[in-house]
Design a protein around this ligand. Structure first.
Ligand SMILES: [Ca+2]
Length: 193
């Protein structure tokens, strides 16, 4: 059943729904969540799993369309501190972009919204394009977030089949401030061709 899939390190089975769910994601090598009514099954080859994600955006060079004030530079979104944030001016399609330094096989992009402020502050994160690409001029949309987000929201995005990239860009499609506390980019390795 579940574990006949060679890509599967973990599977879960819901007795109530008689449904088998195969986990082929990087979670195979990470911690697993125990979900109500789902029973996890672990296969013997678990330790042979070779997927090993690493976060590759930390302290990498970043730019943004404008800077609201000196303490809100683009680097604030990759400084590992959830209390600091990047912050643009209010403008049409404000953006933030990070240079990972080389092409990575990107498996997951995580965005942590600001954790303090008003409800309105949190909800400015909406209608957001998450883009990746090999250069500033070759960015493709990886995911679109409609939102609006709430303060402290932790958003996760995957890019499907398009995943080899050096740059990750966030861009609001509307007119507003863009500000986020952290952006984390999880990659498999640098073996993209
Ligand atoms: Ca930060």
């Amino acid at each position: 059943m579940c574990l006949s899939d060679p890509q599967c390190c973990l599977a879960s089975y819901s007795k109530g729904a008689s449904t088998c769910r195969i986990d082929t994601s990087e979670r195979c090598c990470g911690e697993t969540e125990t979900l109500d009514e789902w029973r996890f099954i672990q296969r013997h080859s678990y330790h042979n799993c070779t997927i090993n994600l690493k976060e590759v955006a930390y302290n990498k060079p970043a730019e943004q369309s404008s800077v609201y004030s000196a303490g809100c530079s683009a680097l604030r979104a990759v400084d590992g501190n959830v209390n600091s944030f990047m912050h643009t001016n209010i403008e049409q399609s404000p953006y933030w972009i990070v240079d990972l330094g080389k092409i990575y096989q990107i498996k997951r992009i995580e965005i942590l919204n600001r954790i303090q402020g008003s409800k309105t502050t949190g909800e400015r994160l909406r209608d957001l394009d998450i883009m990746i690409g090999s250069s500033h001029n070759e960015m493709q949309i990886c995911a679109h977030y409609v939102g609006p987000a709430q303060l402290s929201d932790h958003l996760l995005f995957t890019c499907g089949h398009v995943e080899c990239a050096r740059y990750v860009k966030l861009r609001l499609t509307g007119t507003d401030y863009l500000h986020v506390a952290e952006v984390k980019v999880y990659a498999v390795n640098d073996s993209c061709n």
